[in-house]
Design a protein around this ligand. Sequence first.
Ligand code: ACO
Length: 342
Amino acid sequence: MAKSDSQFSCAHSFSRHLPEKIVTNDDLSQRMDTSDEWITQRAGIKERRWVEAPMTTSDLGVQAARQTLQLCENKPVDAIIAATLSPDYNFPGIGVQLQHKLGLPHVPAFDLRNQCSGFLYGLEMADAFIRAGTYSRILLVGAEVHSTGLDVSTRGRDIAVLFGDGAGSCIVEAQTEESLNYTDSFTVIDSELHSDGEFVKELWCENVGSAHWPVRVDAEMVAEGRIFPQMNGRKVFEHAVKRMAEVSLSLLTKHGLSANDVAYVVPHQANLRINQMVGKQLKIAPEKVWNTIEKYGNTTAATIPIGMSHLVEEQSLEKDSFVLSCAFGSGFTWGAGLLRKC
Ligand code: ACO
């Protein structure tokens, strides 16, 4: 559906928080049968950050959110949207923990479970709330602790080497003269989102879940490693390239743009080769595809705000330049978001 022009929203105050502990590929090869060469060639990852106990997903989210709130001078927010696949507890989600730990007085907190597409789903939701006039300043957070949920033995090496911990955040706000003044402010132009649950089991973590009867987890499931994420890597790879390119082109075309009109693409970070192939399909110069995977791995819902925070710090974007973001992940879910620098 075409979006209403009555009330635009803008995204600003992008921040990130990464745990201090750096885990290199060589560190991983001490724990499983892998190598720096394999990981670098297949995925483009050199290192990732993993938490040192006790540090939870909401703790990381709070650290990023505090920076975001400081950047916008601690102006009051009237809603929180939190995206994660690794909440501190099975329930409730991390939204309420962010509300409490940040001391935001009784604001509503939404939790999104859209995995790697979580931040773009959150952006679309925040934008819709702003356009409808429901809320006027929303804190949007993507945060993950993967490291404590991975099988770090050789059995789990295809997945364990890919993931890192981290958090990123921003404010999505009704556009006013004041909100346009932030140095990293972007008008949220539009998004396009999709899902296809046919592929649930191609990238999933089956336990702990209500699909199991009469108990949700037992010793056998633990012994078989069914408490860890499982992935059909090749299928995920194929679909990720196809869908991220397709949805990006669809959104650009809808707005009469081509990839040449885009200053940067900030894609989800699952695999450097996926992003290189998406860049090729979009026919965009490799240096315009913004990657952070080499030093952080895949931080799922946190990858896009982390990438945006680096982009605005390291590049001075001209007014009106377009930034396109796209993501693909478990579900399958995928989507793209189009921003224009204010
Ligand atoms: N170190 C060394 N060898 C490994 C490792 C490892 N860490 N992992 C797997 N291997 C082995 C395999 O066992 C296999 O050995 P075999 O040939 O003897 O059977 C060999 O390496 C090749 O494995 P492939 O799976 O064919 O390798 P591929 O080139 O497909 O790369 C990878 C694997 C990197 C996982 C790739 O498929 C990929 O990136 N897929 C997409 C990942 C992705 O997008 N994940 C999204 C998660 S996001 C979310 O929503 C949570």
